[in-house]
Design a protein around this ligand. Structure first.
Ligand SMILES: [Zn+2]
Length: 85
């Protein structure tokens, strides 16, 4: 799902605060992940391990939002309803 589709979903699902929170936080989490990955290129060897652990942490945050989105879509149905309109 692209960022454009995500923001469209935010527009269409304003009746559901939970999915709105997820859809607002998920792109921010992916941006943080991108920044962490980009930071790897500017490091010396000594700080690589710490930077890599930051990347892994950011990736896990992204995955947790992805999981919440998938579970919410399956269990709550608010996205399906808004798309069907
Ligand atoms: Zn919902």
């Amino acid at each position: 799902m692209s960022i454009l589709n995500l923001s469209q979903s935010v527009q269409n699902s304003q009746g559901c605060p939970e999915i709105r929170d997820i859809l607002e936080a998920y792109p921010q989490a992916t941006e943080a992940y991108n920044r962490a990955v980009e930071g790897l290129a500017t490091l010396d060897a000594a700080s690589f391990n710490q930077a890599w652990s930051n990347v892994e942490q950011a990736r896990k945050v992204c995955e947790s939002y992805r999981e919440r989105l998938l579970h919410h879509r399956r269990d709550h149905g608010c996205l399906l309803r808004s798309v069907a309109r």
